[in-house]
Design a protein. Structure first.
Length: 270
């Protein structure tokens, strides 16, 4: 919008012992280690859309063929016409060991729509059919995991940028916010130095936890960027951020990354 850099956005709410997060901007592969850390032994990829893998007629490959191209062993559970017209459901599920998910999301390709959920290690075809039914009948404002007692994480990524997730782990929202700050700072440094940065230190847990305790909805934008310091202005919003909402004229807080010392701090912007 108006050629401005895409902002950091983060929103969290707790419902029935579940934490629901909407955020941006992050690719699925940039959060995959956080998802794996709280998941069951198996993960089901239940929706996948990409232009990175096309056949000779320019049609997207089936998810199973993409997994095969990437050398990711998995079990395929077909849904076929039962998934027709249902948003967030592919015609086949891919079920794989959770530790294989980073190999699938290895950064060499880009899914513009991706939805996954963890499942028990001994999940049966009948349970996967039941999972499809739940996924297809849960309303957008209804907590999904409240209907899935055996699942700990649900993730949905859109346009390779927007993030939605539910989790039973109370520490995951703060970890996601810390990763978003790191990604924004890292992208600014990479553009400044014209070199890929292999490691940008993440904030310690106290920093995102403090932000979440202060307000549930945040927007962030880059401030001053040098090879030694990166500043990010953060403003609390009354509601979750939506595309087109500009950064307020005045930030509430400033998050600063000290490159030399590898530390983050928060200070008042007023």
């Amino acid at each position: 919008m108006e050629r401005r850099p895409f902002p950091l956005s983060f929103s969290v709410r707790e419902t029935e012992g579940l934490w629901r997060v909407t955020a941006g901007a992050a690719q699925a592969g940039e959060l995959v280690d956080l998802l794996v850390s709280v998941a069951n032994d198996k993960v089901a990829v239940v929706s996948l859309e990409t232009n990175s893998y096309l056949d000779e007629n320019w049609h997207p490959l089936q998810p199973a063929l993409i997994a095969a191209e990437l050398g990711v062993p998995c079990t395929v559970h077909p849904l076929g016409s039962r998934a027709s017209g249902t948003h967030g459901l592919a015609e086949e599920f891919l079920v794989m060991d959770r530790d294989l998910l980073p190999r699938l999301l290895d950064g060499t390709w880009s899914p513009y729509e991706l939805t996954l959920i963890d499942v028990p290690a001994d999940v049966t075809p009948e349970q996967l059919d039941d999972l499809a039914l739940v996924l297809g009948t849960t309303g957008g404002d209804e907590p999904l995991l409240s209907r899935l007692a055996d699942s700990r994480i649900w993730f949905s990524g859109h346009d390779d940028c927007y993030v939605s997730l539910e989790t039973r782990d109370p520490a995951l929202p703060a970890a996601v916010l810390a990763r978003l700050l790191t990604l924004l700072a890292g992208s600014a440094l990479a553009e400044l130095t014209e070199e890929p940065l292999s490691r940008v230190p993440e904030p310690r847990p106290w920093l995102p936890e403090q932000l979440i305790a202060t307000a549930p909805h945040w927007i962030g934008a880059l401030g001053k960027v040098t090879e030694d310091l990166v500043t990010i202005g953060l403003a609390a919003l009354p509601d979750p951020w939506r595309l087109g909402v500009s950064f307020p004229q005045q930030a509430d807080l400033t998050a600063t990354l000290d490159i030399r010392h590898g530390t983050w701090r928060i200070t008042s912007a007023r």
